[in-house]
Design a protein around this ligand. Structure first.
Ligand code: GLU
Ligand code: MG
Length: 469
């Protein structure tokens, strides 16, 4: 529930990665054997990181040339079967790692030995492959720069389930839960710090066994890289304790979900923040108002990207403090986009630097790259159309009747992945924003996933996702 610390400017954060040298971390250390493997991965439609490992001695050449990849991999579900592929066994691609994403951590005291890097998927001609999700984000960010001279800073807030906590209600935020977590939180902070993240807060969250970790904002691409890296470092740290972390959207159908909240702000290319205007209602400046209006207007069309699992729709129901409507909220934790409170800023400049928004309708079954690409493309659409800032709702929308809800201009979000997918596939905007091929791939992939869950109870479905994420 904690808003990330927006005070640290993105410029100040930008160059910390791979320049810190904590004593516990070895990078490219002599103790690594030349045959030790580095996994080169890409984040995919299933929300998984998949790739291949290469020996350390091949890193220099693999950095240039990448590893071979096949298009049909994007149809691999998280549950075994591969969805019907338009490519079959045909085609070749390459994943080229971005050296800025290299994680090379040996931390004996944390039980961590992780070497991986995230890459972009290219065609053999060197073009961005249309189903490369990191490429989708880069394209969206380029459009925002070219069309409006704007950039995004973001921070992903993650909730997850830790097997080392008892499944006991009533212990949310307690010192008792925190103590029961043992060395896990401190170890995790050390690991995330070593990975170059601006560690912000950790908490035993409300749900039984639920934890949350937040990090500071970074330029959009780096923020998505960190989200992908963080998930695997949380898993690795839990494993180092003999435990397991699960980022499944919801563990217990009757309980609260594990959300991924994306905090974001907008700035000009020279780093001037443009979200805040003290003369506008709620302090929402024109640019950011148009951006948020686009996000909320297009949310029904990209919901299947932000909440792409079958149980995601158990989480996106009223009174679970997630999001159930496409509403704008002022400090409202049941809104799809929330205006975050500004703490401890006195001057107009300081307020402008901290003022930002939080998108709450996502979970970790979504690739952080495609999720952020969707937010940027939707916000961009709001800017292109010159939409006005939405009016924040100040009531429980679930308690309104049809006519009163309609009067707010807000809509109940889809109640199932099937419904959300239909909105995505029938959207002309989505076809333009992400390309018809990717929309078709998401549809094939996710409809296969829905089929795999057919006939299972809600508890069984949650258990399948608990294991898969
Ligand atoms: N667990 C809630 C969710 O599913 C979020 C609770 C909060 O941090 O406000 O998004
Ligand atoms: Mg939370």
């Amino acid at each position: 529930m904690t808003a990330c610390n927006w005070a640290k400017s993105s410029a100040a954060c930008r160059h910390t990665f791979l320049t810190r040298n904590p004593v516990t971390v070895r990078r490219h250390d002599v103790t690594r054997r030349e045959t030790d493997l580095i996994m080169i991965c890409a984040s995919d439609v299933a929300g998984q990181m998949r790739g291949k490992a290469v020996p350390r001695r091949a890193w220099a050449s693999r950095r240039e040339n990448g590893i071979g990849w096949t298009p049909t991999n994007v149809l691999q579900t998280s549950f075994g079967p591969i969805a019907p592929s338009p490519w079959g066994a045909l085609g070749d691609l390459a994943i080229r790692p971005d050296p800025d994403t290299l994680i090379d951590l040996q931390m004996e005291e944390a039980g961590i030995d992780e070497s991986f890097a995230i890459g972009d998927i290219h065609t053999l001609d060197g073009d961005r492959w249309e189903c490369c999700l990191r490429g989708q984000l880069k394209t969206a960010l380029e459009r925002l720069e070219e069309r409006h001279g704007l950039r995004i800073n973001a921070a992903f807030e993650h909730e997850f389930h830790y097997s080392g906590l008892p499944e006991q209600g009533g212990l949310g935020y307690t010192l008792r839960s925190f103590r029961r977590l043992g060395v896990f939180p401190d170890t995790l902070m050390m690991v995330l710090d070593a990975a170059g993240m601006d560690i912000d807060t950790f908490m035993p969250e409300y749900g039984p066994g639920q934890c949350e970790v937040t990090v500071g904002p970074k330029p959009a691409l780096r923020a998505a890289d960190e989200a992908a890296i963080l998930r695997d470092l949380v898993r690795a740290t839990a494993r180092g304790q003999g435990e397991r972390a699960s980022f499944a959207p919801i563990i217990d159908p009757e309980g609260v979900g594990n959300g991924v909240h994306v905090h974001f702000s907008i700035e000009t290319l020279d780093g001037t923040p443009v979200c805040h205007d003290p003369d506008q209602p709620y302090g929402v400046a024109q640019h950011s108002g148009a951006f948020v209006a686009g996000v909320l207007d297009r949310l029904p069309e990209f919901l299947a990207i932000a909440a792409p699992s079958v149980p995601s729709y158990l989480r996106l129901t009223p009174h679970r403090w997630s999001a159930a409507f496409n509403n704008f909220g002022n400090k409202d934790r049941e809104s799809a986009v929330r205006i975050c409170p500004v703490f401890g800023a006195k001057t107009p400049e300081a307020i402008a630097r901290k003022f930002h928004f939080e998108f709450r309708a996502a979970d970790a079954a979504a690739s952080p790259y495609l999720l952020l690409a969707a937010l940027v493309n939707a916000g961009l659409d709001g800017l292109d159309r010159g939409l006005s800032a939405p009016t924040p709702t100040e009531t429980d929308l679930a308690a309104l009747d049809v006519a009163d809800l309609e009067a707010t201009g807000c809509r109940r979000l889809a109640g199932s992945l099937d419904e959300a997918l239909s909105a995505l596939t029938s959207s002309e905007w989505a076809a333009r924003a992400f390309g018809e091929t990717l929309v078709d791939v998401i549809d094939r992939h996710k409809r296969t996933e829905i089929g795999l869950m057919e006939g299972l109870s809600e508890e069984e479905i949650c258990a399948r996702y608990h294991a898969a994420y």
